[in-house]
Ligand binder design. Sequence first.
Ligand code: PMV
Length: 321
Amino acid sequence: MKEIEVSAPGKLMLFGEHAVVYGHPCIVTAVDQRINVSVKQTNNNRVEIEAPDVGVVGYTKALSLLGEDIPKGIRFLEIGVRNFFEKFKEQSGLKIVSRSEFSSEFGFGSSSAVTVAVTKALAELFSARLSNQELFNLCYKTILDVQGVGSGFDLAAAIWGGTIWFVAGGKEITSLACEELPLVVGYTGIKADTSALVRQVAVFYKSHTAKAEEIFEKISVIVREARSRLEEKDWQSLGQLMDEDQELLEDLGVSTVELANLITAAKDAGAYGAKLSGAGGGDCMIALVSREAKASAEEEISKSGGRVLNVYANAKGVVVK
Ligand code: PMV
C-alpha cells in the first residue's frame, strides 16, 4: 500500500511572544530540526502509532475510539487524525510512524510540527486538496482541541517555513525576505510549560490590565520596527530591539534568572542583542551575533550553565518526500 512521508520543521520565536496571544503581530523563524511522519493505510479498523521519541511504541486504537484516553506524547497526532477524518468524511485503518530530530524538551514546537506533518501526510494519502491556509486552519483546530490556548504561530512556521510575520489565528501570515539570520541558541536545561505561562500572563492581564496593555503595545512597536530592520539586515539595530523586547518580557514576569544569565553571557561576549524565545519560564534564549562573536558567545553561554543548540534559522516548511 502507498506510504506517504512528510517532514515539518520546528521553530524559534524571534519577536513578539505573549503579545501575539492578545492580537499583536510576532516574527517567527523555522529551524532546521524536523519531525518526520510516515503514514500508510491498513486493512484493519485501527490506528497504529509508533512514536519512540515520546515513549510510545506498539500503540493501537480502534477507529471508533479515536480521541479518547490518549497517551500524552501522541495527543496531537491522534486528534490530528480524528480531525482530518471528520473534515473529509474519511475512515481507514492507518499505520503512523513519527520520528523527531530534536527532543520535545526544547521549545522548538514538536507539537505543531507533528500536527502539520500528520495532517499534510493524510491529505496526500487521501488526495484531499488543502491550501496552506486550509492546512493551517485544520491544524489550528487540533492545537486548540488539545491545549486550548495558543496563537498558532508555530504552525505557520511549520507550514510556510522561512521567517514569517504572523498575527494570531493566522489572520496575517507573510513570508519575510531574510535569507540569513546569525543566531546562537542557548537552552537553560529547564523545560517550560507554555500553557501555564500563557495562563500566568492572563492572570497578570486581568489584575493589571492597563500595565499589560502598555507592555503589549510597546512589544508591538518593537515587532513592527524589527520587521524592517530584519529585511535590511541591520543586525545592530535588530540586536537593540531584542534587548528592548527582553526588558518588556521581564516586566511581564516570564523571564527567569537562568535565562537572564545566558542572555548576559552572550551580550558580554559581544552579541548584538539577546532575549528569551517562546513562552519563557526556562527553555531557550537566542542571541544575534556577528561571525566574529559567535564562538565566544557560545563559549560564554556554556560556561554560564547553558547548552548551546546547533540550529539554523530559515528552514524549509512542510515537505512531502
Ligand atoms: O513556548 P513556545 O516556544 O511554544 O512559545 C509560546 C509563545 C506564546 O506567544 C507565549 C504563546 C503563543 O501561542 O503564541
